[in-house]
Ligand binder design. Sequence first.
Ligand code: PLP
Length: 357
Amino acid sequence: MKKHNFSAGPSILAREVIENTANAVLDLNGIGLSVMEISHRGKDFQAVMDETVALFKELLNIPEGYQVLFLGGGASLQFCMLPYNMLNKKAAYLETGVWAKKAAKEAKFFGEVNIVASSADKNFSYIPKGFTIPADADYFHITTNNTIYGTEIFEDFDSPVPLVADMSSDIFSRPVDVSKYAMIYGGAQKNLGPAGVTFVIVREDVLGKVDRPIPTMLNYQTHIENGSMFNTPPCLPIYTCMETLRWLKKLGGVKVMQQKNQEKAALLYDEIERNELFMGTAAKDSRSLMNICFVLKDEYKELEQEFFAFTAAKGMSGLKGHRSVGGFRASTYNALAKESVQALVEAMQEFEKKHKK
Ligand SMILES: *Cc1c(COP(=O)(O)O)cnc(C)c1O
C-alpha cells in the first residue's frame, strides 16, 4: 500500500534521495567503498562536503561573508553554542513555543534574557506582533516555524541587532533573505536530511565579540577554520543532505518549492475550515505551511481514536499531534507529494459523511 508520511520529524525524504543514499552506502560513485567507510579527509568525502556547502549557498542565495557549517548535537546544542559565542550582556528572544523557550533557557546561563513577546497565553497558537526589539541586545532570536503548534513567521524581520533564527523545520521551504540574519541554524531531520547533522549559516563578523573564553569544540571559529572537520563530521547524514539539495535544485529551487508548499497547505486548510467535524488550532494569519494542526470539534471529540485508525488503514502515518496540543498534525514538508495531502482531504470528507450529526 502507498504510504503517506506526515511525520513531524524525523520526516519524509524524497524517494530518490533515499535510493541514492542507499547506493552510496553500498558504493560511493563506483569507488568500491561505502560513504560510511572512507576518511572524511579524503578527496571523495571532501567533494561531498564541498558540494553540500555550494548547494546551500546557491539555493539560499547566501551572500559573501557567511560560512556554512555542519555540526553534531542537534538544534538543541545551538541553543547553548549561540549564547556562548554571541551573548555578552543581554539577548532578546521571541517566545513562540517550546523550542523557543528551550533556546532562551540556555541563553540565561550566559547573561540577561529579554523575552520581547510571548504567545504562551494562548498555547502558542499565534505569532506575536508589534513588539520592540531592544537596541542594546547582543542579538535577537526567533524560531521561524513552530513545529509543535503549526505557526510560522514568513517575514524576514528588519532587526536593529543581529537577527538569529532557528529554521529547523522550514529551511529550504521558501526563499529567505539571508542578508537580514546574522545566523540561521537547524537540525536537518525535518526538511533536509536524516537526524544527526545540524546546519549553521553564520556571518563571520558577528563572531569573536564576547569576552569569555570558549571551549574549542563549542567555538564556531574552530569549525570555520577547519571546514566543519575539526572532528569527524556526520558523514552519512551530510551525504543525504547533499542528495536532497540536488533534488531540490532539479525541481527548480526554493521559489518553486514555496509554490508547491502553498498549494498543499491551502488544500488542507480549506478542508479543515469546510469540514463540519474538524477545526484548526493556529490563528489564521500565523498558520504554518509545514505543520498543519487540527482537532475534532468538541461534539465529535470521541471520534479521535477512530480517525487515527481510519487514516492508518489508508496508509497514513505520523498524524498524531504533539502531546501539548493534542489532536492531529499533518506535516507537509518539501518531500511530501500533493497527492498525499489530497488523500488526507478525501479521508476527512469520507469521515465527515460517515459521522456528521
Ligand atoms: C525539532 C526542532 C528542534 C530540536 O532539534 P534537535 O535537532 O532534536 O535538537 C529545535 N527547533 C525546532 C524548531 C524544531 O522543530
